[in-house]
Design a protein around this ligand. Structure first.
Ligand SMILES: Cc1cc2nc3c(=O)[nH]c(=O)nc-3n(C[C@H](O)[C@H](O)[C@H](O)COP(=O)(O)OP(=O)(O)OC[C@H]3O[C@@H](n4cnc5c(N)ncnc54)[C@H](O)[C@@H]3O)c2cc1C
Length: 390
């Protein structure tokens, strides 16, 4: 594995840095809460600038409006966006999960209609997989779709759906054959969130955010032409999407964690406890050194996964190793910060509530995109080849 960037990768990074310096919004885009329409409109505009500048969907093949970048260039892109504190991208589910699925499984009409609208920010997508009784075991989902004439009629409930309250479309998993074995009776539908019978209820999280939602479907008519892939072949599509999700969530985190650690060290230089600067306490220093080492291990593990994807072209079960590592590392990082900074760090008044938010939000990291237990099962069986224990 050669970790030095090639001439063309350096050129790619240079072009991107120049574009970001020129095109980043002059003012930070700040949210007044997840239902703040102004925030989402500004994020759509940002997505549109990325599109206009040729920086949307960069991993997509050129024929679909992307740049056809290599996995290493894609990682450079994500790292630079994080390093420049670029605004959140509304297109993440569309670009990272739904678009690649439509490219691989969709028909020409679906590709023509949906793909450009993902790239230019016209359509925000959400991912309707989890249900109240189907999380880790997604294949047990109960939301059903029955074919009636030219439509599927959908009834059921989804939960934890990120972005649903602001989404235009949803990639929805539904049961289309209740008599088939559970993995064989699932289909994937592209559902217009404005359809009659769709209702969304934001869920308030302990961090104060409402980043995810409950979705209810009551006799929702979905045109049969919005079936993606073959009827009852939705499980294969689900697996591809989940592997992309686990790999996609990782790369930006190294830079974000590094920045959080740098912020913590800065605060430790200025804050004292018992007449001593926090940075001068040997136990605090040991905690920082531990996190610093783990961050570097994370970086090296990411590079190893990257070189594997570069060779194999598709993300594999190794994505689970990275998912476990970054999600649990973030929890250790914020735990260390809370211990070092003391009770005050739990307050909204302390550094604008940044540490309190990070701490509370990090708990979801080991649940979203597959829990740590599920990831460990995948690593045991599909990476290490161990037998099932049950
Ligand atoms: C921030 C966040 C965003 C999310 N966004 C979305 C989204 O956009 N769309 C969407 O569809 N879902 C989303 N989810 C839901 C997420 O995918 C599920 O929460 C997750 O899959 C776990 O499902 P569950 O909550 O039903 O827990 P369960 O599956 O009920 O698990 C409960 C506990 O049992 C353990 N467990 C379950 N099965 C096994 C097993 N076989 N072996 C060992 N342990 C096991 C789990 O690890 C967990 O600790 C999001 C979740 C979070 C936290």
């Amino acid at each position: 594995m050669d970790l030095n960037l090639t001439e063309s990768e350096l050129q790619f990074r240079g072009e991107l840095r120049a574009w970001l310096k020129e095109s980043l919004p002059k003012e930070p885009i700040v949210s007044m809460g997840r239902s703040d329409a102004d925030y989402w409109n500004k994020l759509r505009d940002w997505q549109n600038s990325l599109y206009e500048g040729g920086w949307a969907g960069i991993t997509w093949p050129k024929e679909f409006g992307g740049r056809g970048t290599t996995p290493i260039e894609a990682a450079i892109f994500i790292e630079e966006m994080a390093a420049f504190d670029a605004p959140e991208r509304v297109g993440v589910i569309g670009e990272g999960l739904v678009g690649p699925t439509i490219m691989a499984e969709g028909n020409d009409e679906q590709k023509e209609y949906f793909l450009p609208k993902i790239l230019d920010g016209s359509h925000i997508w959400c991912q309707g997989f989890s249900e109240p009784n189907s999380g880790s075991d997604v294949a047990s989902l109960a939301t059903k779709a029955v074919r009636e004439g030219d439509d599927f009629v959908v009834n059921g409930q989804k939960i934890w759906t990120s972005f649903a309250a602001v989404s235009d479309w949803c990639l929805l998993l539904v049961r289309t054959d209740k008599d088939a074995p559970k993995h064989k009776g699932i289909s994937a539908l592209l559902v217009d969130m404005k359809s009659e019978g769709v209702s969304v209820r934001p869920l308030k999280q302990m961090s104060g955010d409402s980043a995810f939602n409950e979705m209810f479907f009551t006799n929702v008519k979905v045109p049969a032409k919005n079936l993606i892939g073959a009827l009852n072949d939705g499980w294969r599509i689900t697996i591809t999407m989940l592997m992309n999700e686990r790999t996609n969530l990782g790369p930006a985190t190294y830079i974000q964690f590094k920045k959080a650690l740098a912020e913590l060290i800065e605060t430790m230089k200025h804050k004292s406890s018992g007449g001593k600067r926090l940075i001068d306490d040997p136990i605090n220093r040991q905690k920082i050194a531990q996190i610093q080492m783990e961050l570097e291990i994370f970086k090296l593990t990411s590079n190893r996964a990257l070189s594997k994807i570069t060779n194999n072209a598709v993300p594999g079960p190794e994505g689970s190793i990275l998912k476990i590592f970054w999600s649990e590392l973030n929890q250790r990082l914020v735990q260390a910060a809370m211990e070092i900074l003391g009770d005050e760090a739990q307050l909204q008044e302390f550094e604008n509530g940044a540490w309190a938010y990070r701490y509370l939000r990090s708990r979801g990291n080991t649940v979203e995109a597959g829990t740590s237990e599920i990831q460990r099962n995948i690593v045991a069986m599909r990476v290490l080849g161990l037998p099932r224990s049950y």
